[in-house]
Design a protein around this ligand. Structure first.
Ligand code: SF4
Ligand code: ZN
Length: 342
């Protein structure tokens, strides 16, 4: 027997919201999903009128939904934001080249400006070439560090006030679990923050408007809206540790749907006891990027690649900073940056 929508009591329900368990029709789901994100944006004061906001766009479901919802809300609630899409091309054949095609279609569908920055332009290396040198074990370390900086550098070039990323509730909960399991107190404290400030790990503040949106609902929203997104996994995706945290969380969610939100709330309410050493932010003496060490992680990794010593920057403590600093860099990031054209 058809079930009536528990929200409007007019139309037929077509889905059961994973977050609330309510049976609901398509239009009421869209509205509820969008307005919850609006509430997140308003209560955390994520944006100010007149700001230019760069959306980190990968072509995947999260960033596609984020771009779609932000465009809707910007018009509906008159945020007065200038939105644009920033994509990073890691140089991964069979993955990023295809997903970038999706981003290019999204650009047309949403009528938003798009900029694509590539690892090749910024660092002189593609992920394909990096994997050839470092293998499939530590590749995501390089990729993650380079992406963080690439997005930031793109945002600086475009004079963007804020970057927002498509991290959803499941991602945040997974990260909380991973940081607990690794005992990474500094990251544990930072990972639930919805919006990083100027003195964060990046030069441009970042925010996560989908922080409280369940992955399952993002998929439903994309599906019912017939959004155009790319769903293939990266060909170099080992990331075993996150995979375990993900499976663990999914198992918890199956027994208790609020598990995701519960883990986020636990992370948010953790207090770091006094005396725990937190990293001090300064700037990289080579490229000027924000860093807690003399050299930023990206410069160390890049130096390792260029010297044929890819293990150089892997691991938490690398004692080779001074040694590297004493030598001439093989490729200077800033010099490489001058060649970037748009
Ligand atoms: Fe990069 Fe690893 Fe993500 Fe692939 S899975 S895009 S290599 S971080
Ligand atoms: Zn640097």
């Amino acid at each position: 027997m058809p079930i009536q929508c528990s929200s409007c009591a007019e139309r037929q329900a077509v889905l059961r919201r994973p977050k609330t368990g309510h049976s609901i029709c398509k239009s009421c789901f869209f509205l509820a999903f969008e307005e919850e994100i609006h509430q997140t944006i308003v209560s955390a004061r994520l944006f100010n009128r007149g700001e230019t906001v760069g959306i980190g766009a990968s072509g995947g479901k999260d960033s596609t939904v984020l771009a779609h919802v932000l465009k809707v809300l910007n018009e509906r609630h008159d945020y007065g934001l200038k939105l644009l899409l920033i994509s990073v091309d890691e140089g991964i054949t069979g993955y990023r080249d295809d997903s970038l095609e999706t981003v290019k279609r999204n650009q047309q569908q949403y009528d938003l400006p798009l900029i694509i920055l590539s690892y090749q332009q910024l660092y002189g290396w593609t992920m394909d070439a990096i994997v050839k040198q470092v293998g499939l074990k530590n590749n995501c370390t390089f990729c993650g560090v380079f992406r963080r900086q690439a997005l930031d550098r793109g945002a600086v070039m475009l004079k963007v006030d804020k970057i927002c990323t498509g991290h959803n509730a499941d991602d945040v909960a997974e990260t909380v679990l991973m940081n607990v399991l690794r005992g990474d107190v500094a990251r544990l404290r930072r990972c639930t923050v919805i919006s990083t400030s100027i003195d964060g790990e990046e030069a441009i503040p970042r925010c996560k408007p989908l922080k409280y949106a369940y992955e399952k609902e993002i998929v439903l929203y994309a599906y019912f809206n017939k959004l155009d997104y790319f769903s293939t996994e990266c060909v170099y995706s080992p990331n075993a540790y996150r995979g375990h945290a993900r499976t663990y969380l999914k198992n918890l969610e199956a027994v208790r749907p609020s598990a995701i939100m519960d883990v986020i709330h636990s992370g948010e309410n953790l207090d770091v006891k006094e005396g725990v050493k937190m990293p001090v932010q300064r700037t990289c003496s080579r490229c000027g990027y924000i860093s807690s060490q003399t050299l930023c992680k990206s410069c160390v990794l890049l130096e390792g690649l260029n010297r044929g010593l890819p293990k150089l920057g892997i691991g938490k403590h690398h004692r080779l900073h001074n040694k590297i600093l004493a030598q001439q860099p093989i490729i200077h990031q800033k010099e490489k940056l001058k060649t970037v054209e748009f």
